[in-house]
Design a protein around this ligand. Structure first.
Ligand SMILES: Nc1ncnc2c1ncn2[C@@H]1O[C@H](COP(=O)(O)OP(=O)(O)OP(=O)(O)O)[C@@H](O)[C@H]1O
Length: 610
């Protein structure tokens, strides 16, 4: 019956919203069910075995009744042997047969569910990572991740248990009602007159209680967000001595959780007491009426036992439907959400690495032609307004400008993370749209401001630039990137684990790893997003040296924060509020007394001196 969880603990899938089950939603689910297709043989066999084992289960009340009657030398069923022992043996044989069949149906259902779910998971993950950047800009990634895993678990549960349980309970319920009528039509009518009303009441009241429990769960989820956020930003909490502020915030929300849970508990108490009273009242009534029939010799005692067992079957089956139906609704909702992702249009990247190899070589000539761009998530703010510039193969072009002027956005456009609203980007004189997306990304490398290292060894982290690179190639790249020395100073050398659970590397060391990665990738065009935080002078020298090696022979776009590092650039583009306001080399720009470049240079020079 409605087992609304009213304590504030919550399972992930308990929070999943339910969807309406109608022809439209079922059509969508059917699309997801195509994932079962490769395993349909096992699935159908499992359903068949389930059907058989449920039918066999229906025989037991009759056999138990027959055993009890046989004890009094009464044999009602002609198809059963007229001997207590033989009836007992028949029961045992059926039981064994049922156990045997159940084993296979459970194994097959789990196999089908696991395999098809793995396929859905693989496709969803691949679709997710090939979705355009804009998809991620509008969503909280953590939320997306937990939502998808909860949705997929719900679908998995439904495939492994809910569908099987529904079929089983349906067979048992229909079978039991038929068999009840055969045993005693009078008693059957008495039971059927009461049970549906009781169950309808339980469903309606149960739903009300579930709503209350959902409110408690939502509040609890809100409180968990506080924990998550504060733990992620623990350094901020400590630095601002805001521990008591956070503790109070958390405490307040916890009090709300308790209030809602306690209010719900009162309703739950009323509900449970009423149901227990009515349900057991019904059974007491049935047994009373049955005893009267037995007493008047209108019914055997064994029949009464059989009858009571079938009534319990019917009650349990009816009671299980609301939960099973709710599970099905959640699964439909979950399927719809997973399908939404699967139906999104991903970028043109193939799951087979072989399809992504470079088909059209880029030599490094880059041009922006009247590029206008606004982020799709903030379309009212034009970030780049009519940007035009060229970078010839092998040139170094620096982009400078105040914070928020659009420098990183230009890098994102070169990497084709977004597309300009108007204007074009050209590689070797050809519009970017004429290249395969992977061709561009394979031949452009970025050394970002903040280098993210994956959990794994240093070797694997460098190899990310060229999967399948040999150890010699990796070490050679690390040497050129001035990284070999610090790597070999670790006891585990290139096998040192870095990332969240491994050794923490300094900013300069991480940058040199990123440079080694980029060297290994050997791109035609290089984007350097210079770190804003300055390194100590030794580290700075090592990084700068490595960058010199990296930039040699390639087009380099340097997003510069420290103007001292770009004096040698062939061209400097000064950006302000999305417009190019000056272009030239260092000498030319510094000569412009009213220019922004000269002003910014002086500002940095004075700051450095002071
Ligand atoms: N993903 C995004 N979605 C919406 N707006 C964005 C996004 N990324 C950046 N912006 C906005 O675009 C503008 C330009 O940002 P951008 O990061 O390109 O500047 P920047 O010159 O690189 O700044 P900084 O020197 O601080 O890194 C800013 O107003 C910023 O708020």
């Amino acid at each position: 019956m409605a087992r609304g969880r009213l304590n504030s603990g919550s399972k992930a899938e308990a929070e999943l919203p339910k969807a309406k089950i109608n022809s439209q939603s079922l059509q969508k689910v059917a699309k997801l069910l195509t994932y079962i297709k490769p395993y349909r043989g096992k699935f159908i066999a499992g359903l068949l075995f389930l059907f058989i084992s449920s039918l066999v289960g229906l025989a037991f009340p009759a056999i138990l009744g027959a055993l009890i009657d046989a004890a009094q030398d009464k044999y009602k069923y002609s198809f059963l042997p007229h001997s207590i022992t033989l009836i007992g043996i028949t029961g045992m044989v059926l039981l064994f047969g049922q156990a045997f069949i159940s084993f296979f149906r459970i194994v097959w259902f789990v196999q089908v569910a696991e395999k098809s779910l793995a396929d859905i998971r693989r496709d969803t993950y691949f679709k997710l990572i090939t979705l355009p950047m804009n998809f991620f800009a509008n969503r909280r990634v953590g939320e997306l991740n937990s939502r998808i895993s909860a949705d997929l678990s719900q679908i998995q549960d439904t495939l492994t248990t809910t569908i099987a349980e529904m079929v089983r309970q349906l067979v048992i319920m229909i079978g039991s009602v038929v068999l009840l009528a055969i045993v005693s039509i009078k008693l059957t009518l008495a039971v059927l007159a009461i049970l549906p009303f009781l169950i309808a009441f339980a469903v309606v009241f149960g739903r009300f209680i579930r709503n209350l429990s959902r409110q408690a769960q939502d509040k609890l989820a809100e409180s968990n967000t506080i924990i998550e956020e504060t733990l992620q930003g623990i350094a901020n909490v400590k630095a601002f001595v805001n521990e008591s502020f956070e503790a109070n915030r958390y405490n307040k929300i916890l009090r709300d959780v308790v209030n809602i849970a306690v209010r719900g508990a009162k309703f739950r108490g009323v509900f449970a007491s009423f149901i227990v009273f009515c349900l057991f009242g019904t059974f007491v009534g049935v047994i009373w009426y049955g005893s009267v029939l037995v007493h008047n010799h209108e019914m055997y005692f064994g029949d009464l036992t059989t009858f009571i067992m079938y009534s319990i079957f019917v009650g349990a089956a009816m009671g299980s439907f609301p939960d099973l139906y709710a599970n099905l609704q959640k699964a439909v909702g979950a399927s719809e959400r997973v399908l939404e992702i699967l139906d999104e249009k991903g970028e043109d990247v193939s799951i087979n690495a072989i399809d992504n190899v470079v088909k059209q070589k880029i030599y490094g000539n880059l041009a922006f032609n009247n590029v206008v761009f606004a982020y799709p998530s903030r379309s009212e703010l034009t970030v780049l307004k009519d940007i035009s510039f060229t970078a010839d193969a092998g040139q170094r072009v620096a982009i400078v400008g105040p914070s928020g002027s659009g420098k990183s956005t230009m890098a994102a456009l070169i990497l084709q993370f977004y597309h300009p609203q108007s204007g074009s980007i050209y590689f070797d004189g050809l519009d970017a749209d004429e290249y395969a997306l992977t061709d561009i990304r394979n031949q452009v490398a970025i050394v970002p401001q903040d280098v993210l290292l994956f959990g794994g060894t240093i070797l694997e982290n460098i190899a990310y630039g060229k999967l399948g690179a040999s150890k010699e190639e990796i070490v050679a790249a690390a040497k050129k990137a001035n990284a070999d020395q610090f790597i070999t100073s670790f006891p585990e050398d290139y096998d040192t684990i870095v990332g969240e659970r491994g050794v923490k590397l300094s900013g300069g060391q991480r940058q040199r790893i990123a440079i080694a990665r980029a060297l290994l990738k050997n791109p035609a065009i290089l984007i350097l997003d210079e770190a804003t935080s300055s390194l100590d002078s030794e580290s700075e020298r090592l990084v700068q040296e490595a960058l010199e090696v990296l930039m040699k022979g390639r087009t380099s776009i340097i997003i510069a924060h420290r103007l001292s590092t770009i004096r040698e650039a062939d061209k400097i583009i000064v950006l302000e509020k999305g417009n190019i306001i000056e272009t030239g080399n260092h000498q030319e720009l510094i000569a412009n007394e009213q220019g922004l470049y000269r002003y910014l240079s002086q500002l940095q020079f004075e700051t450095a001196q002071s």
